[in-house]
Design a protein around this ligand. Structure first.
Ligand code: ADP
Length: 269
């Protein structure tokens, strides 16, 4: 009987009254764990058949001249949708992995400047003919303790979003710097922007401002949920400032104890 899981105590101390509510969440936690395990297992099990399907489709489409022209377009659509499903499974597995443990898989000083250099190259490739101008300013002496693969996943989600939601030839600025408050990484775009009422919900799983537009971009709706989890594990937090029609700035803030500062070599040395 689930009601047995809730217990209320009222305690009176002298003149003042205190109400103490003790709630047994054992069952809730068990259900939550079952949900996490279920999502992780299903994602894992779906991966293999999907790999077979995409593999065969790729082989068939490599021999275009042997395909009945009527089937070409449907097959290309099948390939595109299978790709979306693969992205979705990868993101679900990533979230499941992040939820399985409390701490990052690693705690080494990560060279954020080099990481961002490689993410910028990937973003420029993603932009392709859309020709976004992506600039990068990063302090090479400031490192961030944590897991490089987790941080790559979080930062690339922010940079790829900037590309996805910014019109062709738009401007994207990536920055990494430190000050008295800690370390900060910002991704600023000149894109479509976000209405204020959506901002607090952006990191919810599958939350999308405009579902039809977002699905055109090939996103999964899980990117910012991954960012939130990775930042939490690295004691960071996310700030979003946005103006519709002008652009957005996503900034990650990290406390001093997550940073490793190497002093710049003295120019007279
Ligand atoms: P998606 O895979 O849909 O991009 P995300 O979790 O990464 O999912 O982002 C959630 C939603 O937030 C997106 O669908 C989009 O509506 C909005 N969004 C994220 N980044 C930006 C941005 N840079 N500019 C405008 N909207 C954004």
């Amino acid at each position: 009987n689930p009601q047995l899981q809730l217990q209320f105590f009222i305690t009176l101390y002298g003149q003042s009254e205190h109400l103490m509510v003790v709630r047994d969440v054992t069952r809730l936690q068990l259900l939550e764990q079952m949900r996490k395990d279920f999502v992780a297992n299903v994602s894992h099990e779906l991966r293999t058949p999907l790999t077979v399907i995409t593999g065969y489709l790729e082989t068939l489409l490599d021999n275009v001249d042997q395909i009945n022209p009527r089937w070409l377009r449907p097959m290309q659509q099948m390939q595109q949708q299978a790709g979306r499903m693969q992205n979705l499974l990868n993101d679900l597995l990533m979230l499941a992995r992040l939820e399985a443990t409390e701490y990052p898989s690693d705690n080494q000083p990560v060279a954020v400047d080099l990481l961002l250099l490689s993410i910028r190259a990937d973003a420029q490739a993603l932009s392709g003919e859309r020709q976004h101008r992506i600039s990068l300013e990063a302090d090479p002496h400031l490192k961030l303790k944590g897991s490089e693969s987790e941080l790559r996943s979080a930062f690339s989600n922010l940079v790829f979003n900037a590309v996805k939601y910014t019109p062709d030839e738009g401007e994207i600025q990536i920055r990494w710097w430190g000050n008295e408050q800690g370390g900060h990484l910002s991704v600023q775009d000149s894109g479509i922007g976000i209405e204020p009422r959506h901002i607090s919900r952006l990191t919810e799983r599958f939350y999308r401002v405009d579902a039809s537009r977002a699905s055109d971009t090939g996103g999964t709706g899980l990117g910012l949920a991954i960012v939130k989890h990775v930042l939490l594990r690295h004691h960071g937090r996310l700030d979003v400032i946005s103006t519709v029609g002008q652009g957005s700035t996503f900034t990650c803030h990290f406390p001093h104890n997550q940073l490793v500062q190497r002093n710049a070599p003295n120019s007279r040395d």
